[in-house]
Unconditional design. Structure first.
Length: 104
């Protein structure tokens, strides 16, 4: 293969908003169809791996009720004199969740 191997990932303001990226690659002039397909597949797999890693990192940072559900249920019990099971899908914002305690 020739030494003209380049790959560039370009992120525009539109891409930042939508989460889409444009990938530009330069394939050597003397690469046959199979080599070009292999280069494109390798770059595609790399970009997909980066997207999965970013999604996993975002999921780890997502706020959940896991540590505070029972405390919130205790507050509902103290304020409304009834027991309530706070679902995992309840809003994590306490004010939003408080407005939905009649559904718990």
């Amino acid at each position: 293969m020739a030494s003209q191997q380049q790959a560039r990932v370009e992120e525009t303001p539109e891409a930042e908003r939508t989460g889409e990226r444009t990938v530009e690659i330069s394939i050597p002039d003397n690469a046959d169809e199979a080599e070009a397909a292999a280069i494109a597949a390798a770059i595609g797999a790399h970009v997909r791996d980066q997207e999965l890693a970013a999604a996993a990192a975002a999921a780890e940072d997502e706020e959940t009720w896991d540590d505070r559900r029972w405390a919130f249920a205790g507050r509902v019990s103290a304020q409304q004199q009834r027991t309530a099971r706070v679902p995992r899908t309840a809003p994590t914002n306490p004010w939003s969740a408080a407005g939905r305690t009649d559904r718990f």
